[in-house]
Structure formats: C-alpha cells, structure tokens
Design a protein around this ligand. Structure first.
Ligand code: TTP
Ligand code: MG
Length: 360
C-alpha cells in the first residue's frame, strides 16, 4: 500500500524563536551564531538576513561583512530544545510514526489517518496550525508518498509553505532540479556528476542503471530510482507508545480552581479519546503543573484496575491536582497523562465496545 508521509521543518528555527521572544527583532535581519563578536559560525539566519547572502555554517566574520547592520544573537539552546519537544509532542498526537531528524524537523507517517474527506494535505494543514498556535512559530510541510519527496516538498515553498508532490507532478518537479538537490549527492558526488555532464534531474533520468552502477557503485540503483521519484517510505518511530498525555499552556497564568478543573476535564476527555482510538487502557494517572516561575511539579497514582473513560481519568486527575496545587502559586501549564498502557482486553471491554467491535 502506498504511504502518505509528511515532512515538517520549522522556518529559520533559531532565528524565528529569537524574533518571537524579542519583538524588536521582528522583520529584521537576525543572525544566530557563535560569539556575536568575531569567532564562530552562523547557526542560522532569519529570512531577512538571507537576502544579504548570510546562511548557516558561514563564518561569523563573513556574515558581518555581508550584513553589517544585522542583529547578532547568541543561541539559547534550552529554549530551542523546549520548543522542539512541544512540536514533537504535537506530531505524536497525530501519529505514533514520528521520526525526528533534528530539533526542528521530523517525518510523520499518516497513512492510516487519510480518508476521502481528510486528505494528507488537510492533515498537514492542521499540524501547521497546531504548531503555530502552540509556539507562535511557522513551519513548512511537505506531503508525498516517500521520505525524500516529502522532504523536498517541505523545502519548496518556505517559509510557511505546504507543498504536495504526487504522481501527477513529480516528474515536472524533479527534472529541472540541480543534481546537488538529490539525496546522497554531496559536494564530491556533485563534482563527479558534472564531469559526466549530469547537471539536472533530467540528465540523471537519462542515464541507464548499468552506467550509474559503473560510476557510483552501490549507490547507482538508488540514484536511478530517485530520478524516477522512488525512494524509502519507512518512517522509523523511535518508541513504542507507553503513555498518552495532553497538556495546555495558558496565555496568562491561572489560579482559579474552577477554570483549571474545566481544563482538566477537557484534557481527560482528549486523553480518553486518544486511548480509545488506539484501543488502550491504563492504570497510571499523572498530573503535571508548571508553575508561574517554570517550576514543574508532578504527582502520579497507580490504580488497582485499568481505566480509559473520561470521567474516571478526570476523577483521579482532580484528586492529584488538589494535592499538587498551592493556593499561592498560579500555573502556566497543566498536563494529564495516562501511563502503563495496554491493549483493552476482553475482560475490560464495556458492552458498548463489544457491540461496536462486533459490528465492524
Ligand atoms: P535548518 O532546518 O536546516 O534551518 P532553519 O530552520 O534555520 O531554516 P529553514 O529550515 O527555514 O531553511 O536547521 C534548523 C536549525 O538547526 C537552525 O535554525 C539552526 C541549526 N543549524 C545549525 O546550528 N547549523 C547548521 O549548519 C544548520 C544547517 C542548522
Ligand atoms: Mg528548519
């Protein structure tokens, strides 16, 4: 069966975060990198700075020459890691098949979510909106039927792009591409290709597989396939799902029990829905609070029997919350997680599940 893969990549990741957190940098050429003075290299540059020719891995001194009036910022890795974990959690709320590639980039296999009324592009759009809502940052997404095309697609309309490569447009997209844009074609291979008069996707397409093997050995068949839009479609999810959690970050810190409990009720509902989608029950409930000063406190309860109903999750979460919450300390985030998950077995199926399963 053909797969549907999304590649998501944040736009000018470090630089966009710096612009978000210092509004005076918005719309300005921002260069994030080594020590702001002279040594070191550029980690990344905002799109405004890229117009001056500044890019990742360039020596800082060169960046200063190209863009003397740029805003030079040293990286804040803790923040970048925090944002990364938020976006990865969003991806995992859609599918278990998430393969992170770096802090700001991942492949998602969403084949099982696609329906006639819910094409992959629409799911990608939802993910982009969720990322924007949770982080105030834009990303670009590419949708296709294998990984290399999905990645190519995500890079085609940056920033804030959404691009689909399908069987109808793949040939037109690949043929004019410079050969260096194909996967596995680094600087050395690119030079060798040029000596063979292979400059574009079309030139690569025109070669026989046998010639490619002669020239590039084991990589020959892969290159032959890439030119035809064929590639690996396996997304390696790095973990088996052992817990399902949802959390909410408040725009302003909250201290009112009533308001917070309404959110806990909603989170319990969402966790329960997710568990039932996957046919899971669990016997451990964890509530997490991040207090106004970023101090995080959690409390967990192990139950004698597994649960999955929203009301059950809520009741336990409610107890944990009342034990955790200090009256004097407003919170900025609350999370509810069900752990120690296992497949719903015959015994703990409700009669409703049973009827539903039989009628499927
Ligand atoms: P990229 O996704 O390659 O670049 P980007 O997000 O800054 O810009 P875009 O995707 O819109 O083209 O890398 C993600 C982050 O990784 C980047 O913000 C900074 C860091 N990085 C480095 O520190 N050094 C590098 O050479 C590269 C390429 C990235
Ligand atoms: Mg990026």
């Amino acid at each position: 069966m053909e797969r549907r893969i999304i590649h998501v990549d944040m736009d000018a990741f470090y630089a966009q975060i710096e612009q978000r957190d210092s509004p005076s940098l918005k719309g300005k050429p921002v260069i994030v990198g080594g020590k702001s003075s002279s040594r070191g290299v550029v980690s990344t540059a905002s799109y405004e700075a890229r117009k001056f020719g500044v890019h990742s891995a360039m020596p800082m001194t060169r960046a200063h020459q190209l863009c003397p009036d740029g805003y030079y910022v040293t990286p804040r890795f803790n923040i970048y890691r925090e944002v990364s974990s938020i976006i990865m959690d969003i991806f995992r709320s859609y599918t278990d098949y998430v393969q992170p590639v770096s802090l700001d980039e991942a492949y998602l296999d969403i084949t099982h979510l696609v329906r006639r009324d819910m094409p992959a592009s629409r799911i990608a759009d939802f993910i982009k909106k969720d990322v924007l809502e949770a982080t105030d940052l834009t990303c670009s997404a590419g949708v296709s039927y294998n990984r290399f095309l999905a990645k190519m697609a995500s890079g085609m309309n940056k920033p804030n792009g959404l691009t689909i490569i399908h069987h109808g447009n793949v040939h037109d997209i690949l043929m004019p591409l410079p050969i260096g844009d194909f996967p596995g074609v680094g600087k050395v291979t690119e030079e060798r290709m040029k000596t063979l008069d292979i400059h574009t996707g079309q030139d690569l397409f025109n070669q026989s597989e046998r010639d490619l093997i002669n020239w590039f050995g084991k990589r020959g068949p892969k290159l032959f396939r890439y030119a035809r839009g064929q590639g690996d479609d396996t997304v390696q999810s790095e973990r088996v799902r052992k817990s399902i959690g949802k959390e909410t970050t408040f725009e302003v810190d909250k201290n009112e029990d009533e308001e917070i409990l309404a959110v806990i009720r909603k989170l319990s509902q969402q966790v329960s829905e997710k568990m039932s989608q996957h046919g899971l029950v669990g016997d451990t409930v964890t509530v997490k609070l991040k207090e106004f000063d970023f101090k995080t406190v959690t409390k967990q309860m192990k139950l004698p029997d597994p649960i999955s109903e929203p009301a059950d999750i809520y009741n336990i979460s409610y107890r944990l919350y009342t034990e955790l919450k200090s009256t004097e300390r407003p919170i900025r985030l609350i999370g509810v997680t069900m752990g120690n998950l296992k497949e719903k077995s015959f015994e703990n199926m409700t009669i409703y599940d049973f009827i539903q399963r039989k009628s499927e």
